[in-house]
Design a protein. Structure first.
Length: 326
């Protein structure tokens, strides 16, 4: 049974995927619990920048951005990722001695002491027509803990960078939106590094599944109807790696700090990378319950797209406080 799902935005894709899995999926009993599954699925995201759900219930920009930066830092540290995604500490089989088994970061950025992302960039700069720009995440030594993502492939066609991800397994409710965010961000980073435009994104999955425990939440999402087709701002043109390394340093400062203020942070002066840093700081303020400071950060954000996400959190926190005071 093969399925092809194609849409402009992640919300349209999730709407299609939930509908198909719930309506046509076969019942399976994997170790993590009963689920419905489609197998042999190919997903096409036509606008990779439409990578964040606009649903209040499914928008995951803070945790997805944190996970992306975990990958780009080359880290397998469980404390770093669990700050954004607590799931990583809920299952004792995921990590050993504080290191996540099969973490993508070391394999992307220093796999066998080779930075695979940099190798792909150099290969496509030398030969844009290459069919060998592949990042391998699966290793022959992976037995019980094979990563969900097997490989990433990049091709420049018609001056656009097309990306194809191969996955053995994908949790539709939790993993799918995070994976599309992180991988399309990597796609845009590599496109900017090579100096080409952004093409379509393809996501091939052996098992695309929805656990029974999440079906009710999926139904709630479907009942919301269709979301607006809104995209993230484009990444600035030019080599992105200096601002990425600066953002990684800021992420560490924010994550490990306590009761920080904007004056404590050496933020970029303006633009896209400053807004991403402010998103990380907003996440910190949400965790610390600092709604007044969160509202100030919302006003500091340049992009309407990012500002609306943070302002929504401000409004939610205020409503929650009012209801708790009643």
């Amino acid at each position: 049974m093969r399925h092809f799902l194609s849409a402009d935005t992640i919300d349209d894709l999730m709407h299609e995927a939930y509908t198909h899995v719930l309506g046509e999926g076969v019942s399976i009993e994997p170790s993590n619990g009963a689920a419905k599954e489609l197998y042999g699925v190919l997903v096409e995201l036509k606008q990779p920048r439409a990578r964040v759900s606009r649903s209040q219930n499914r928008e995951r920009v803070f945790s997805a951005l944190g996970e992306l930066l975990w990958y780009l830092s080359g880290s397998d540290d469980v404390d770093q990722i669990s700050y954004y995604v607590p799931y990583y500490t809920s299952d004792p089989t995921i990590s050993v001695d504080g290191h996540v088994i099969g973490a993508y970061g070391p394999r992307l950025m220093r796999y066998d002491e080779v930075n695979q992302v940099e190798c792909v960039i150099q290969m496509l700069r030398r030969n844009p027509a290459s069919r060998n720009a592949v990042i391998q995440l699966f290793d022959h030594q992976d037995n019980k803990h094979a990563p969900c993502t097997l490989a990433l492939q990049f091709m420049v066609r018609e001056h656009r960078l097309v990306m194809m991800t191969s996955m053995r397994s994908n949790d539709l409710f939790w993993g799918f939106p995070h994976d599309l965010f992180a991988f399309t961000m990597i796609q845009e980073i590599i496109a900017r590094s090579v100096g080409v435009d952004l093409g379509h994104y393809y996501h091939s999955v052996g098992s695309l599944h929805l656990y029974n425990k999440d079906q009710e939440k999926a139904d709630v999402y479907l009942e919301e109807g269709w979301q607006d087709a809104v995209t993230m701002p484009p990444m600035p043109e030019g080599d992105p790696w200096e601002p990425i390394h600066n953002l990684l340093a800021l992420e560490r400062t924010i994550r490990l700090g306590s009761q920080l203020t904007l004056k404590d942070l050496q933020l970029p002066s303006q633009g896209y990378w400053r807004d991403l840093a402010l998103l990380l700081f907003a996440h910190k303020l949400i965790q610390e319950g600092r709604t007044v400071d969160l509202a100030m950060v919302a006003r500091e954000i340049n992009s309407d797209y990012f500002r609306s996400i943070v302002q929504d959190r401000v409004d939610r926190e205020r409503r929650r406080k009012i209801s708790s005071d009643i």
